[in-house]
Structure formats: C-alpha cells, structure tokens
Design a protein around this ligand. Structure first.
Ligand code: FAD
Length: 311
C-alpha cells in the first residue's frame, strides 16, 4: 500500500472526535501506542531520559496534547511543562533534556490565542533557561505558522537559545530557512506531518525530499544551529555531507529522531560522535500524535488493525 493513498485518510481521522473515541476504546490500541509514547506521567518518562543519557543520547520532551478548547486547558499545559522542568532540575538532567512545545496546546487557536499562547509559553522558556536548557516550538498546520514564528522571534529577544521547526513540504519554507539561518537560530528541519493542500505544499515525496536537501544546505551554510529531524537514511547521509562541506564540526549541528522509530540508528549515530536527540512524547492525550505516526507508515496501520482484531 502506498503512503500517499492512505496518509490523507488517517490524517483526516486524526481530527475526528468519533475516531478518537473508537481508537481510544479499542482493546489492542495500548500495545501499539506504547511503541511511540514513552509513558503517561513524568515519573514514567524520567527513567527513559536517564537511560537515553546513559547511551550518549539527548532528548527533547513533549507533553502530548493539542487543539484544546478552553483557557483552563492552556494553563494546564503550561503547568505540565513547569512540573517537568522542576523534575529535571531536581534530578540534574537540565543539560540532557530540552522540551518541545505545540502552541495549539498553549491556547493559540482560542480567542486572543496568539497573546495567550505567548503568555503561557514564556514562563516555560524562562524556567527552562534557568536550569540550562531550552524549548523548541513545534510546527503544526500551515495556518498556525505566522503566529508561531512571531512568538519565536519575540521570545528570542530574551532567550536566544529558543528553537523552532520548519517543514520541507511547504513552499514557504526556503524563505523561512534563509531568514532563520541569518538570524542564528536553532532550527529543526522536518519533512512535515500534517495534511496540507496543494496550494501551499508539495504533495510528491521526491519533491519534498529535494526541498529538504535545499533547506539543509541553507541551514548548514547559515549562522544558526541546524537540527536534522528525520529517519530517512538518504537524507541523513546527505546532511552529513552538507555539514562537512560547510565546514561544521560535529557539535555544530545535531540529528533528531522520534522515540520508538529506528532506535538502533539513534545509538549508531551517537557512537559515530554525532549529537543525537530523541523526541520523546509522553502524556495521556496521545491521539493526534499517534495518528500522525500511523500516517507516516502504512505498515504501522496494518499492525494496528491486526492488534485490534486479534485482541
Ligand atoms: P520518511 O520517509 O517518512 O521515513 C523514513 C524511514 O523512517 C521509513 O522508511 C521508516 O523506516 C522510518 N519511519 C518514519 N516514520 C515512521 C513511523 N511513523 N513509524 C515507523 N517507521 C517510520 N512534523 C511536523 O509537522 N512538525 C514538527 O514539529 C515535527 N517535529 C518532529 C521532530 C522530530 C525529532 C522528528 C524526527 C520528526 C518530526 N516531525 C514533525 C515529523 C516529520 O515531519 C515526519 O513526518 C517524520 O519524521 C517522518 O519523516 P522522515 O523524515 O522520517 O522520512
């Protein structure tokens, strides 16, 4: 089964409440979710951070959740991250773990959401800086990005280390990459995980890969700190070569992969002397994150369907 056929169907389902209820209640779901979600609570994720550190890996921690509907939920999101920072501080893990944040979970889509999300995320970035780490703003669907970049720029005035994500599938991203590279930011480049229309995004896998390479080149030749977020062996090899051509040392960029995906490769690249950061998602509101992981690889969906039918 080809990814382009199934992915839009799964991504549409990722926004459906009816499917959310069905998938969450299915008996085989937990087993498949556990592959991608590191735990439900801070207590469950801390040993995973320690284990990663012991293997020479760093992490970026994501408290799952997005598309909230009330202001109270946006405060709860902020508080969940503040609790995480407290725990990292107590355990002296501040230099091993940064955090990834989805602004939609901080209230971005609510009325007055831009200001609300900025007000909610600022104390998290501040708390992170106080323990020697930082935050990266994830990229969500294209309608949210102007607000995300504006929040990134605003916060950079006080916290130059804050990072953001750009998506190779969007036509706009080469321009964003040039602007961010010149400004010296920490920038994660990924292919892009949302369902985007042909008016704003490449639909063809080969076109997305070519754009990814052009963008890595811009970032490597620029003044920022590139973070290559991909499991694609070809793009990783090309990125290594582009880093070399740009004269970057091994600690002047990093690779990032998702928890549960190509785990051997995390360790292999770290053993080669690369900085490798594992994006580690945890929490109870895992539905949207989980469905995007299913959409990326149809084999996951078949495995999931089988586990539902046989449990
Ligand atoms: P692909 O061509 O999709 O995958 C290459 C190979 O990796 C596959 O052949 C397979 O072996 C393996 N693989 C990839 N995905 C899976 C999977 N789900 N299950 C099992 N195997 C898999 N997207 C955003 O839109 N916004 C973000 O902020 C964002 N942050 C990210 C952070 C990190 C650290 C990473 C790694 C990805 C992030 N993504 C984000 C997701 C990204 O956009 C892609 O959807 C995802 O990384 C798959 O693309 P790929 O580059 O790995 O290449």
């Amino acid at each position: 089964v080809e990814v382009p056929v199934l992915a839009p169907v799964i991504l549409a389902a990722s926004r459906s409440d009816k499917m959310r209820r069905f998938v969450s209640a299915a008996p085989g779901t937990k087993q498949v979710v556990d592959r991608f979600i590191a735990g439900e609570t801070v207590d469950q994720v801390i040993p995973i951070v320690q284990d990663a550190a012991a293997k020479g890996l760093e992490v970026t921690l994501d408290v799952v959740g997005e598309d909230i509907t009330t202001v109270e939920q946006s405060y709860a999101a902020r508080d969940a991250y503040l609790e995480l920072v407290d725990r990292l501080k107590a355990l002296g893990l501040g230099t091993k773990a940064e955090m990834s944040v989805k602004l939609s979970m901080f209230g971005q889509a609510l009325e007055g959401g831009h200001e609300l999300a900025l007000a909610n995320v600022r104390p998290v970035v501040e708390a992170a800086a106080a323990i020697g780490t930082t935050v990266t703003l994830d990229a969500e669907d294209h309608t949210t990005l102007d607000s995300m970049f504006a929040i990134h720029e605003e916060l950079r005035k006080d916290f130059p280390q804050i990072g953001c994500v750009i998506q190779a599938y969007l036509f706009r991203t080469e321009d964003d990459a040039r602007r961010l590279a010149a400004a010296g930011s920490r920038v994660r480049i990924v292919k892009g995980a949302y369902k985007e229309p042909a008016s704003v995004a490449y639909q063809d896998k080969a076109e997305i890969d070519k754009a990814f390479v052009r963008i890595v080149k811009i970032l490597m030749q620029g003044e920022g700190y590139p973070m290559i977020g991909s499991h694609d062996p070809r793009l990783i090899a090309i990125s290594q070569e582009l880093a070399r051509q740009a004269g970057r040392k091994l600690d002047e960029y990093e690779f990032q992969m998702l928890y549960g995906i190509r785990s051997d490769e995390h360790v292999r690249l770290a053993a080669e002397g690369h900085r490798m950061r594992v994006y580690t998602a945890y929490g109870t509101d895992w539905y949207g994150y989980f469905m995007r992981r299913l959409a990326e690889k149809p084999a996951n969906l078949l495995f999931f369907a089988r586990s539902i039918l046989t449990t």
